[in-house]
Design a binder for this molecule. Sequence first.
Ligand code: AR6
Length: 166
Amino acid sequence: MNLVKGDITRSDVDCIVNAANEDLMPGGGVCGAIHQAAGKELAVECKRIGHCGVGEARITSGYDLKARYVIHTVGPIWHGGDNGENQYLFNCYKKSLLLSTHYDIETIAFPNISTGIFGYPKELAAETAIAAVRQHQISGRKLKEIVFCCFDEENYQLYDKHLNKD
Ligand code: AR6
């Protein structure tokens, strides 16, 4: 597992993951940035797919991005933690990785899903993300490189702490 700080749209990987919304609309945050960098065709393909449930994942082409693919996954909105948020977030990482193994994807970068507009506490989200990726790398079809791409310093520090803890 690798940790980088920066803009995921510039990642030189086979696939980047998008923190999407259920309607797969361009939206704001990392989703808006990915749509802007990929170009208008991405929204057209997303519209054709139409929907993605919370904790689920869908795949599209990457269009103008360096990445050949974008996996769109919908994180949970934080409602206090008693509404299955942790399992939904875990599933975002798990299902994105599982989906990636059906394509020619060896390297993938994740943003910090749900920790922006959706309000998920950053430290809890980091722990869940790392646990899901670890589990996949042990029990699923192992990817060559999995990158956590943190945009803000707080997330970067949290991942640095938890990745180097054990
Ligand atoms: N590269 C990497 N990470 C980024 C970038 C970037 N260019 N821009 C922001 N982040 P958010 P959510 C980080 O709000 O909470 C959208 O409108 C940001 O610092 O993008 O899952 C969707 O369409 C934060 O840590 O996603 C949904 O409606 C992380 O990305 C909704 O927001 C996630 O923040 C999803 O909310």
